[in-house]
Design a protein around this ligand. Structure first.
Ligand code: NAP
Length: 485
């Protein structure tokens, strides 16, 4: 079986630990390769290399950095199909969604390449004569990027490309369930011309490779996407540095009685069961107006029961496997809790017997807003229906969770749509469309315990640049702000 290496200072080498781990195809449980179990020594070397490379990279003109990213986007386009097949094999995503994962990486890479010719600051008048004020963007320094497995190409791209265009150097630790996707993505960036040391890739566990990055004094910024629990740990361990957190969600779709119910069913199928429910923006709660509940849930249950489970590579598959055995156990635990709490199972509810980490698409009805299955992130193909009497109650239920990432409302009333936009506590609200499907030029992120940052679009640049304020006095005399007029 092929053994893959870590990347430090432009060279692919073995970890000092001498240990490796494997990544499995979740549909077959077959190992895809051996990967280095990176440790603190590897991280220290990676940070040293990044600090050295930062000097040259940060002074390379941003449009030149953009040219390299544009070449990377072209290479990604050329490799799109093989990368999508890899995403499908290593993570289990159905192939058309895996192509979407790679397309997101292409989109953000092109977008960030263009930012190389902008990276705008501001100019503004001074309160004093003969004085000019402006802000300029500066890179942050060495950035530690830590990614999850559920978008194994797109999320690394959402972090690496803005960090690179801003002139930062990087130590990147991908999720241990999808190291191969990360290695292939970084190889493409290398091939496009990113200089040695600007990107360093250390595979390995969160504890042994992730934490040393978080704690390292020379790492100025951590950009983390993953679970709330890990996010909390990182916050405690990071010390004084920038920490950008993109954490979990418990997203809901409101279905009003004046909605196009067929459209809403399509939205719940896509949002609830796409990527096997393993999206931070997955719609795991459907908040439906009581007057249409029966009709809606019948139509939805009919569709859910017909979803075909299988390998992501099979074009007939609707729902692929979960990422690993622990995820299957976790989903089963929540389904058992839901049954005990008194919700009614309409479809699914059990694991698939045989090879692979499959779980049946599962639909609960008669859930209440305060049940565990309505409050906690399950991260699997489980959706619960909660009935409400009107829009006020729907918004209260939507906001009853500790997370605040994505949300959606299906309605034909402009008034209801705008009330939802104003009152739902979430980073994203969709109207008459599902909770998933962000675009590279728009900011992405959440409120409450979903995190504290925005990625993509111009806000992705904010995450990876410092704003320096410049006062330029050409009066030739001492002028004192607030004192001289
Ligand atoms: P996770 O278990 O928190 O892991 C995320 C990353 O953190 C992995 O690379 C992991 O390494 C690493 N890690 C674990 N413990 C660490 C520690 N103590 N210090 C430093 N790094 C550590 O999350 P996941 O299971 O991969 O991803 C699923 C979660 O991500 C869900 O909650 C989902 O909602 C969230 N998510 C959020 C967004 C968003 O944009 N808001 C997007 C996608 C996913 P190992 O893999 O080696 O454990």
């Amino acid at each position: 079986m092929k053994a893959y290496k870590i990347l430090i200072d432009g060279k692919w080498i073995n970890s000092e630990s001498g240990e490796t781990f494997s990544s499995l195809n979740p549909a077959t449980e077959q190992a895809l390769g051996r990967f280095q179990s990176g440790n603190e020594n590897d991280v220290n070397r990676a940070v040293d290399a990044a600090e050295r490379a930062f000097e040259t990279w940060s002074s390379t003109p941003a449009p030149k950095r953009g040219e390299i990213l544009l070449r990377a986007a072209t290479l990604l386009r050329q490799e799109k199909e093989s990368l999508a097949r890899l995403v499908s094999t290593e993570m289990g995503k159905v192939i058309k969604e895996a192509r979407g994962d790679v397309q997101e990486a292409i989109d953000i890479t092109e977008y960030m390449a263009g930012e190389g010719r902008r990276l705008f600051g501001h100019t503004t008048p001074s309160e004093l004569r003969d004085k000019f004020c402006m802000t300029v963007r500066r890179p942050v320094g060495v950035c530690g990027l830590i990614s999850p497995w559920n978008f194994p190409i797109a999320i690394p791209a959402w972090k690496l490309t803005p960090a690179l265009i801003c002139g930062n150097a990087i130590v990147f630790k991908p999720a241990s369930d999808t190291p191969l996707c990360a290695i292939k993505f970084v190889e493409i960036l290398q091939k496009a011309g990113i200089p040695p040391g600007v990107i360093n890739l250390v595979t390995g566990s969160g504890e042994h490779a992730g934490l040393p990055i978080v704690r390292h004094k020379s790492v100025r910024c951590i950009s983390f996407t993953g679970s709330r629990e890990t996010g909390l740990r990182i916050t405690k361990e990071a010390g004084i540095k920038r920490v950008g957190l993109e954490l979990g969600g418990k997203n809901g779709i409101i279905v009003m009685e004046d909605a196009d119910l067929n459209l809403a069913v399509d939205g719940v199928i896509w949002g609830g069961f796409g990527t096997t429910g393993q999206r931070c923006t997955a719609a795991s709660r459907v908040i439906v107006q009581q007057s249409v509940k029966e009709k809606f849930e019948k139509a939805l249950a009919d569709r859910v029961s017909k979803l075909r489970l299988g390998s992501g590579l099979d074009p007939k598959t609707d729902v692929g496997p979960l990422i690993n055995r622990n995820a299957v156990e976790k989903v089963q635990m929540y389904v058992d809790i839901g049954v005990k709490e008194g919700a009614k199972l309409l479809c699914g509810g059990s694991r698939f017997k045989g090879r692979g980490f499959f779980y049946q698409p599962t639909l609960f009805t008669n859930a209440t807003y305060d049940m565990k299955i309505s409050q906690e992130e399950i991260f699997g193909p489980v959706v619960c229906i909660i009935a409400v009497k009107d829009l006020d109650e729907a918004i209260d239920v939507m906001n009853s969770v500790s997370y605040g990432l994505s949300s959606s409302i299906y309605t034909s009333s402009i008034r209801s749509a705008f009330r939802a936009i104003e009152q739902i506590e979430a980073g994203l609200t969709y109207v008459n469309s599902s909770t998933i499907g962000s675009e590279a030029h728009l900011p992405f992120g959440g409120v409450k315990q979903t995190g504290n940052t925005r990625e993509a679009g111009i806000e992705g640049i904010n995450e990876f640049s410092e704003t320096k304020t410049v006062y330029f006095d050409y009066s030739g005399k001492l002028q004192k702000a607030q004192i001289d007029s």
